[in-house]
Design a protein around this ligand. Structure first.
Ligand code: WQD
Length: 326
């Protein structure tokens, strides 16, 4: 049963790819979302008509204080997220992800806000020691991006103990797909991930799709990942808020499906749906890429009553194609 709420929620990073889907899901569930975004990668066109918007930055304390006035809860998705880039420019990631979040947490505490949903990542785990990975898997990030997410989870743990700030950290696996209703189609600029790269190749923006390694110990030799539809992710944020309204406890929860797709499967289904025989080139393995990453999402089912509904490869590919072709 869906719980109905009228909480006022500041969605920090709400104009981005995942944030815009979260904002839509919140409004549909009866929450009152306000988007706070610096538009560094977020897009105004990602906001559905009538969504309150504040153009602000978590690095500027006055702007956060303004944004948090009269809010009951925060969903924090604002971050830099390119794992490779984070190894070259860690300072950027330290400032935007760590300093920005500390500013936001301190402002939240000052305003007396006690409900906080955080966009965390499977990147907190690092190299999988077993799959599917549950929340008790060791956390040893292998890139600086993943380290920033883990450090924020630890900060949240302290703010829970010391300041009564209750949080749900949602550890996303591989987000993909576009709005199931086709209303959101602001495309990510300069994407680094497999699905948008495939889409850009279909659209003729890129010449070919590089396949990073065909010699992994997997059935077809290519990397396997747990792709989760962004509309499913969005729904989980609504459920995480529901959880914080009824339970006085903080949690870290995986969001995935436990079923994996290989790079080759993604390419095959994308060719089928688009009817375009785009070029594929085999390349060396990308440093730091494990063969197989899968989420154990039983905790999400148990605590949030959430499971993926739209994360099959056909729905992911068809919703992405629709967004890219519109
Ligand atoms: C998926 C698979 C690649 C591109 C990253 C971050 C992770 C998380 C999600 C935020 C792998 C292969 C990719 C290409 C390819 N981000 N690939 N050709 O690396 O699983 O996860 O995004 O929290 O922290 O590291 O996602 O989409 O880059 O790669 O063959 O052009 O596709 O080797 O097997 P990844 P991805």
């Amino acid at each position: 049963m869906n719980h109905c709420s009228t909480l006022k929620v500041l969605v920090v990073g709400g104009a981005g790819y995942i944030g815009s889907h979260v904002t839509k899901a919140l409004a549909e569930a009866g929450y009152q979302p306000t988007v706070f975004d610096n538009l560094s990668t977020g897009l105004r066109k990602n906001l559905l008509p009538g969504t309150p918007f504040i153009h602000g930055d978590i690095l500027i304390s006055d702007q956060i204080a303004q944004g948090l006035k009269n809010m009951d809860a925060i969903i924090h998705l604002a971050a830099l997220k390119a794992a490779g880039e984070s190894m070259i420019f860690p300072e950027k990631y330290a400032t935007h992800n760590l300093t920005g979040t500390i500013n936001l947490l301190n402002a939240a505490v000052k305003e007396g806000i006690t409900k906080f949903v955080f966009s965390s990542s499977a990147a907190v785990y690092g190299e999988p020691k077993y799959v599917p990975m549950d929340e008790n898997h060791s956390t040893e990030p292998i890139n600086f991006y993943g380290y920033t997410k883990l450090e924020i989870e630890r900060l949240l743990n302290w703010y829970d103990q010391l300041k009564g700030l209750r949080s749900v950290c949602l550890r996303y696996f591989n987000a993909a797909g576009y709005d199931i209703d086709g209303q959101l189609n602001g495309l990510e600029q300069n994407p680094q991930n497999l699905f948008p790269i495939v889409m850009e190749t279909i659209m003729g923006i890129r010449e070919y799709v590089p396949v990073f390694g065909e010699d992994y110990d997997t059935p077809d030799g290519t990397g396997i990942r747990d792709y989760i539809h962004v509309s499913d992710l969005a729904k989980a944020h609504v459920k995480a808020l529901n959880y914080l309204e009824t339970e006085d406890k903080s949690q870290c929860i995986n969001l995935g499906t436990a079923s994996g797709l290989s790079v080759k499967e993604v390419l095959r289904v994308s060719k089928e749906h688009s009817k375009i025989d785009f070029e594929i080139r085999t390349k060396p393995r990308r440093p730091g890429d494990p063969p197989k990453v899968l989420a154990d999402s039983r905790k999400a089912l148990k605590l949030l009553k959430w499971s993926a509904q739209h994360s099959d490869v056909d729905t992911i590919v068809s919703t992405m194609l629709k967004a890219y072709q519109s």
